[in-house]
Design a binder for this molecule. Structure first.
Ligand SMILES: [Zn+2]
Length: 68
């Protein structure tokens, strides 16, 4: 199974949505909102910003792998 590599990330500060491409085998911990320039970090218990704020979780999670 191939993971989906794009995720629409929603900024919790300003509500801006942006479709981003995710790295296939890594997690992105920080994300800067392109509109308000706010720096997003994962919520507690999530491994990356896509799992917290994206509409699609990161590829390792989709494949049921951990991504420490
Ligand atoms: Zn924002």
């Amino acid at each position: 199974m191939k993971p989906k590599l794009t995720s629409e990330i929603s900024c919790p500060v300003c509500g801006h949505k942006e479709t981003e491409t995710m790295p296939e085998d890594a997690c992105q911990y920080y994300y800067e909102c392109k509109k308000c320039r706010g720096l997003l970090k994962p919520k507690q218990g999530d491994c990356c910003v896509f799992c917290s704020y994206g509409d699609t979780p990161c590829p390792p999670v989709q494949l049921d792998q951990s991504c420490g």
